[in-house]
Design a protein around this ligand. Structure first.
Ligand SMILES: *Cc1c(COP(=O)(O)O)cnc(C)c1O
Length: 479
């Protein structure tokens, strides 16, 4: 574990690396509770619903004063998005059925800049993903890019409040209004989902007048990562619906085998309660004022870093200053590339990712720093110094691979190979140090001579009864 990177210096990740000791203590207390056992842990269930209510109102869900919001906690935005995609698909299916039309070829529209979970959702749930290509000078989906991709089989359009690549907000109102016009002209019901994984806990505090949420009537669902700017450790995301009617009731499952009726809309069943308690703590402890102060501070540290980088005269800023994030490319990559800078910074323990941009802008390679709550001004100053030192050094020790842009990918592959060798080296060293067999299988015997935990005999002795094998042509498995 000591060979891992240091979370606080991991500027690649959006995920929270600091919480107050009081929050940590409460999360530790809740670690023995399974959040899905709602009957056993009714107070945790109430905290979960209160989080949903608070976040739903933060996003302007149209609710009566005492009314509960519709939504659920999830492992992160990825699970929340999978669920949102299912809700869109079911709503579209119902609409098609009502019109007596087939519902066999669903598609979903998003920019090529979406996070990988959208591609996963398309593959896992067999939905065609229609990607609007971005460009190097505009790294996000626009109404013009989305429009030609939409048709009667489109279950929804995903807009990003904070692109993973450069933190940029998409023109959600523009895309929304375009989709509403198309729906009206064609009697379609293409919905808007907003992936606000990062911006959902930034925009409401820093740009309260920006119209991106349920104030736009066709925004039917929104996800946000509690563990990003929601300021909770990894393992919590939220999915909110505009109204109860926007979630097909058949997607909500009721079980009674833990006692009482428990309704859930999740992919997973069991989940630790700690992150829910952590989120509830943060919402109550910080309130709107606290989140606003933290986000304002992070934005000002990001701006400090941005200005220092601009002052080198060697970079182009690629973020739009929407969230606390700085993304930049090099004006001149003939002597060294962003990948060389990434490597040099790694020597100083900084983790600053360099990557090429999504389809339509593949030729653009950028570096990105996510400015989290615990990234202090001191750290920002040291980072800038280290970046400048790295660039000066690289200026005089030109990278062999940097000459042409086309070679960036080659270099990247080489770097991966190097990385894999390095990892293997480390693994070998650990193996040697611990006298254990390769970590690909459970050891037969523990160091203390305990009995084998599982034998091959146990694993393979359960033969399938042949009579269970023939269950018809369409069966692809038996559980
Ligand atoms: C981080 C991110 C995700 C995935 O979120 P997790 O909470 O890590 O599962 C999805 N979309 C966007 C835009 C993101 O930034």
């Amino acid at each position: 574990m000591v060979l891992d990177g240091r979370p606080r210096l991991n500027l690649a990740s959006f995920v929270t690396t600091r919480m107050e000791p009081e929050a940590e203590a409460l999360m530790q207390d809740a670690a023995t509770k399974n959040a899905i056992d709602m009957d056993e842990y009714p107070q945790t269930t109430i905290m979960h619903q209160r989080c949903v209510n608070m976040i739903g109102r933060l996003f302007h869900a149209p609710l009566e004063p005492e009314q509960e919001a519709t939504g659920t906690g999830a492992i992160g935005s990825s699970e929340a998005i999978m669920l949102a995609v299912l809700a869109m698909k079911w709503a579209w299916k119902a609409h098609r059925a009502k019109k007596g039309l087939p519902a066999t070829n669903p598609n979903i529209v998003f920019g090529s800049n979406v996070q990988v979970c959208w591609h996963k959702a398309c593959v896992y749930f067999e939905i065609e993903g229609r990607e609007g290509k971005v460009s190097a000078d505009k790294l996000v989906l626009t109404p013009e890019r989305a429009e030609p991709l939409i048709d009667e089989n489109t279950i929804g359009v995903c807009c990003l409040l904070g692109s993973t690549f450069n933190g940029e907000y998409e023109d959600i109102k523009g895309i929304h209004d375009m989709v509403v016009a198309k729906n009206e002209a064609n009697d379609w019901m293409v919905r808007i989902h907003v992936d606000a994984a990062s911006g959902g806990f930034v925009a409401p505090f820093l740009e309260p007048d920006l119209l991106w949420d349920f104030r736009l009537p066709n925004v039917k669902s929104i996800n946000v990562s509690g563990h990003k700017f929601g300021l909770v450790y990894a393992g919590i995301g939220w999915l909110l619906f505009r109204e109860k009617a926007d979630l097909h009731p058949d997607l909500v499952f009721h079980v009674n085998y833990l006692g009482g009726d428990q309704a859930s809309f999740t992919l997973n069943f069991s989940k630790g309660a700690g992150t829910i308690v952590g989120q509830y703590y943060q919402l109550l402890r910080l309130g709107k004022v606290g989140y606003t102060q933290i986000m304002t501070n992070a934005m000002s540290n990001a701006q400090f870093l941005r200005q220092k980088l601009v002052a080198t005269g060697k970079v182009d800023i690629r973020d739009k200053g929407n969230i606390p994030l700085v993304a930049w490319s090099l004006k001149d990559s003939s002597k060294y590339t962003v990948f060389d800078i990434q490597d040099k910074l790694r020597d100083k323990n900084w983790i600053v990712p360099a990557y090429t941009c999504p389809p339509g802008a593949e030729e653009l390679a950028i570096l990105r720093v996510v400015v989290k709550q615990d990234f202090s001004r001191d750290l920002a100053e040291t980072l800038v110094d280290d970046i400048v030192t790295a660039m000066d050094w690289l200026e005089h020790h030109p990278s062999q691979h940097a000459a042409v842009q086309g070679e960036i990918n080659e270099k990247r592959e080489a770097k991966h190979a190097k990385h894999t060798t390095k990892l293997k080296d480390v693994a070998n060293r650990i193996k040697w140090a611990m006298h254990v067999v390769p970590s690909t299988s459970l050891p037969e015997d523990s160091e203390h001579g305990a009995a084998p935990l599982l034998s091959k005999h146990h694993l393979f002795s359960m033969k399938t009864d042949p009579k269970h094998r023939s269950t018809g042509e369409k069966t692809f498995g038996v559980c």
